[in-house]
Design a protein around this ligand. Structure first.
Ligand code: ATP
Ligand code: MG
Length: 397
């Protein structure tokens, strides 16, 4: 395994703490990623120094989670999360410890972490600290709980989702006892906030192995949101044909869940998972659009754009091509590139023009619709004089 070295601002944090007599280690995801030869997304430090000591040592640092011992050290534009060694108390709600207490030793801190591969510490100069066999599991490509899996999932049910997410992201297997505990403790997922589940599902969907959603569903982790668990892993593989953007991946997942009869509707599923308004709208539009065959004529693409808007049409075209194959996206791009009118905004006459012609209320709205539909069919006729005369003549008859 190749070792990536931490950047100088991270080393500065470690050495500053050490110079004051505090122990300090890199820990968690950054150590795991370094050992895998992947550049870490963020750098976490754990230390024997108390939060107030960390705050005093680094001017400009912020007490981000003092209760949990976390201080964000800001160095120029860079940030490092520094957390005091801690132990966690009981977990009454299967998510948050009732209390945390600061402890003096690293091993206790490592023992509260979720998986062996996330419980490795690295001092600035010295040997790796790995009391739970994380390095071996990295080599064997295994996700394994620190401690007794069923107990760890009892404490915090989100860890079950994290296990599947890391498995999908890293391409690791889940160790047998850990996987059995996920299946056994899956009902605890119902006690989690839907927003947390949404975030974990989204992160999994955005990995290179979105098909692992099938394992998550099969384990029963989404039972609170689904009618049954039968979703074909093979169909999910098609999500790899989509860019790694949340909207496309959610939309494709919803199409597959609807198709397999796992959900009543995309809308109810996404509402329950608290997806934002735009994602919800585009995914619902996409699900509706994919229930019928895609347009074959340019005018029909424009009618679709008029009815659903560019975002939904683009999403549906991409999802269609990924799941079913075909050239929808190319066809849509051609239509958009043509610059031809498909919305009132680009119609050569406006509501004011029709007011001036004496049209009012519903008659005016109907006329705008009529003219837009006419222009969609005959794009070369999107000309003001022509449309005004058409409106005048049609109105008289
Ligand atoms: P990522 O690259 O996705 O950020 P990460 O391992 O850094 O992965 P974080 O959520 O940033 O994940 O958490 C940092 C570290 O904190 C983890 O590596 C793990 O040691 C510990 N941790 C995070 N969440 C939990 C949890 N729910 N239970 C136990 N330990 C956790
Ligand atoms: Mg992290």
């Amino acid at each position: 395994m190749s070792v990536i070295t931490p950047p100088s601002y991270v080393r500065q944090v470690l050495t500053t703490l050490q110079a004051r007599g505090h122990s300090a280690y890199l820990v968690g995801g950054c150590v795991r990623d370094m050992l895998l030869g992947v550049h870490p997304q963020d750098w976490d430090v754990c230390t024997g120094a108390l939060p107030e000591e960390v705050l005093a040592l680094f001017p400009g640092s912020r007490p981000t989670g003092l209760k949990h011992g976390t201080v964000t050290v800001v160095l120029g534009k860079k940030q490092v999360e520094v957390t005091t060694f801690r132990r966690e108390g009981r977990y009454a709600d299967h998510r948050h410890p009732d209390e945390v207490s600061f402890v003096g030793d690293l091993t206790t801190d490592l023992s509260r972490r979720d998986f062996t591969i996330n419980a490795i510490a690295l001092p600035p100069d010295g040997l790796i600290v790995d009391p739970f066999g994380g390095v071996r599991d990295l080599r064997d490509r295994l996700i394994r709980c620190v401690g007794v899996p069923a107990e760890r999932f009892e404490e915090d049910a989100l860890r079950m989702f994290r296990a599947l997410r890391f498995s999908a992201r890293l391409g690791f297997s889940i160790e047998e006892e850990t996987m059995a505990a996920i299946v056994g403790k899956a009902p605890l997922a119902a006690s989690l906030a839907p927003e947390r589940i949404r975030d974990e599902v989204e992160k999994l969907l955005l990995t290179r192995r979105p098909e692992k959603m099938a394992v998550l569903i099969d384990a029963g982790l989404l039972d609170a949101f689904l009618k049954h668990r039968r979703l074909d892993e093979f169909r999910l593989l098609r999500l790899n044909g989509l860019p790694r953007k949340p909207l496309y991946r959610w939309a494709a997942l919803c199409v597959l869940l609807e198709e397999a009869g796992c959900i009543d509707s995309t809308e109810s599923f996404l509402l329950a998972l608290r997806l934002d308004g735009r994602t919800l709208r585009c995914c619902c539009d996409c699900a509706a659009l994919l229930r019928t065959a895609p347009p074959t004529r340019s005018a029909d693409w424009k009618r679709l754009l008029r009815a659903y808007g560019v975002d939904s049409a683009d999403c549906a075209a991409r999802v269609h091509d990924a799941l079913l194959g075909g050239g929808c996206r190319r066809a849509l791009r051609e239509v958009l590139k043509s610059g031809e009118c498909f919305s009132l905004k680009h119609l050569a006459v406006s509501g004011d023009d029709l007011l001036a012609l004496g049209l009012r209320g519903k008659a005016l709205g109907d006329m705008l619709d009529f003219l837009l539909d006419y222009v969609i069919e005959f794009p070369e006729n999107n000309r003001r004089e022509l449309l005004l005369s058409l409106a005048g003549n049609t109105e008289e008859t």
